[in-house]
Design a protein around this ligand. Structure first.
Ligand SMILES: Nc1ncnc2c1ncn2[C@@H]1O[C@H](COP(=O)(O)OP(=O)(O)OP(=O)(O)O)[C@@H](O)[C@H]1O
Ligand SMILES: [Mg+2]
Length: 386
């Protein structure tokens, strides 16, 4: 496991009362411990979530995600440590915290024998929200209009999940805390939830969500925390974590120098390099154009890596790729290996391969790598289950 510093204090102590100077983070968890019987299920968990983030809290079953979330939602008094939401201490100011957060528990029950609209009106009443216009606004935002007169009992699981998220929005919370919002959903329902979360982020909400399934989160989260056996092994923006891990890896395994005799001229002529033009093999939209149906941008937090191996010195094909559309970086390695960092899908990879082969490069192997979040996860965890 890597010894990444995930427990550093931010320096600005959150007070029990209203914030006074620099705005506090949306969520600040400090040295959280929790013990059930003789089992320490949380062991010194600390992290911050900045305003406007979509923070994915990832960990296997039993890692302690729900326990952490219940402490954030003022439903569990931790054995030690603190949680502050927007500067308010969850233990000292639970009422304030409840106004700020919209909490969706895992396996939240619904009342079945009322309509969608009645369900939301009931909770609007419970939250003492005076205007019923709020219910209409939430129904519109969550695209439940067509279902508003349906009995809750007749909704699919995905629709019920959407209704649960709608319920958490009624009091216009700044921070959403969602425990496993996408579990048990089919791919389409999961995409719908993802797009809704992205649109809520566009409206200025901070979103904290948990999952034990990595792929649920890789295209929605701007930052992550990975929890294993009650300990946070890494936390922060995905790009930053990837860079820190790469730097650590570099310190552990310095790149081997390329032996001079391997730089032999096995490589055929490189027409594109000779012409000096940057290749254009990006048949897909650039990242900025990737949006949800509602127009919210999907963060490209995860760059992808393609591992190539060519005959001869891979350094020679760097100029062919650098500056090409969709190319984020090119790193030659020893033995003809080369890493191409890019944004795109399978079609993009196929275009790169075609471009290299028609340019006369002796391509030996092409290996698309797992996405960045999966790579981080495999690198920092040991696969331990409690
Ligand atoms: N009320 C309880 N009493 C005793 N032990 C508990 C209680 N609630 C949870 N635990 C234990 O605490 C540990 C962490 O549980 P928690 O529900 O927080 O994990 P989780 O990461 O949310 O898991 P999952 O992905 O299955 O939801 C587990 O070992 C669990 O058995
Ligand atoms: Mg859980």
């Amino acid at each position: 496991m890597s010894a990444l510093d995930v427990t550093a204090d931010s320096g600005a102590p959150a007070s029990g009362g209203a914030p006074v100077s620099a705005p506090p983070p949306a969520i600040s968890v400090r040295h959280l411990w929790h013990r059930y019987g003789s089992l320490d299920v949380l062991r010194d968990v600390s992290f911050d979530v900045a305003h406007g983030e979509i923070f994915g809290f990832i960990g296997p079953n039993g890692a302690g995600k729900t326990t952490t979330i219940r402490a954030m939602a003022t439903l569990l008094e931790p054995t030690a440590g603190s949680v502050h939401i927007d500067g308010y201490d969850a233990a000292l100011d639970p009422d304030e915290v409840r106004k700020i957060i919209g909490y969706m528990p895992d396996h939240a029950g619904v009342y079945e024998r009322i309509t969608v609209r009645e369900f939301l009106e009931f909770f609007a009443d419970a939250y003492r929200i005076p205007e019923l216009g709020v219910v209409d606004a939430v129904i519109e935002l969550t695209e439940l209009a067509k279902l508003s007169d349906r009995l809750v009992a007749t909704l699919s699981k995905g629709m019920k999940q959407r209704l649960q998220i709608a319920r958490t929005l009624l009091h216009d919370p700044k921070v959403l805390v969602l425990d496993e919002p996408a579990s048990d959903l089919d791919p389409r329902a999961r995409i719908e939830v993802r797009d809704l979360l992205l649109e809520l982020r566009e409206l200025g909400k901070t979103i904290f969500l948990s999952s034990h399934i990595l792929t649920e989160l890789s295209d929605v989260c701007t930052s992550v925390g990975i929890l294993e056996r009650g300990q946070l092994v890494v936390a922060g923006p995905i790009g930053e974590i990837a860079e820190r891990l790469a730097a650590e890896r570099g310190r552990r395994e310095p790149a081997a120098p390329v032996p001079p005799d391997l730089a032999a001229p096995l490589m055929p002529p490189l027409p594109a390099a000779a012409e000096g033009g940057a290749p254009n093999f990006a048949p897909e939209a650039p990242p900025a154009a990737v949006v949800t149906p509602g127009g919210a941008p999907i963060p490209q937090a995860t760059r992808k890596r393609l591992k190539l191996r060519v005959l001869g010195d891979s350094q020679a094909i760097v100029p062919m790729l650098e500056g090409g559309s969709g190319v984020l970086g090119v790193e030659p390695g020893p033995g003809g290996s080369l890493s191409l960092y890019y944004v795109g899908g399978d079609q993009y990879v196929a275009e790169v391969v075609r471009y290299l082969v028609t340019s006369g490069v002796g391509l030996v192997s092409v290996e698309p790598e797992r996405n960045e979040l999966e790579r981080i996860f495999l690198e920092v965890t040991r696969g331990d289950l409690t």
